[in-house]
Design a protein. Sequence first.
Length: 214
Amino acid sequence: MGSEMCIRDSYSTGVRYYATDMAKECNAVVAINGDFYDYRRIGITVYQRELYRFAPDRLDSCHITSTGDLLFSYAGELTDAEFTRQFITDNDVVFTLSFGPVLVDNGELLSIDNSYPVGEGSHTYSRSAVGQLGELHYLLMTVNYADGYTTTARLDQMGRFMYIKGCQKAYELDGGQTSILIMNGEAINHVDWGNERTMSDIIYFATAIPEDEQ
């Protein structure tokens, strides 16, 4: 499990790519959009164990450890940058997603506050989420607009979808036109407006097997 930010470019350069292009370059078998960190200036951003942004008051964070576990901190829980750096070290946090909210934690479906500052919580909306069912066992989900069907999901509905699928932990990612699920370099969901959007990051699962040997 990995996260890719702006291939060949440094953090916060403002460069954006199509998710399918990022997935191909990472040799990803399956990928989903991330938090689109370059679109906003709030939340916690960790990449390759380095703390890049620390504005923790409003968003829940999903920390991915070197062992592949999802570790959550809630809005306002991490209040000190030095403490957060120690938290990163102690838990060997490789990267952090900053969108949310947390949908499921410790096998419990959480109550969603529709006033959460991102994600249009009270509206039906195309959505993406990442979940963990067990050790190194994950679920990536999108709920998208499709031709003839305009009802997508509110935040609380997305949480229930992840919970019903057996997620012990689940976390909301960026949605709308950003919501995309990719397999072998191609989008397999119906992206809003029928056009892929450029973005700053994806979550991907890659293979080390060369393409000509797959």
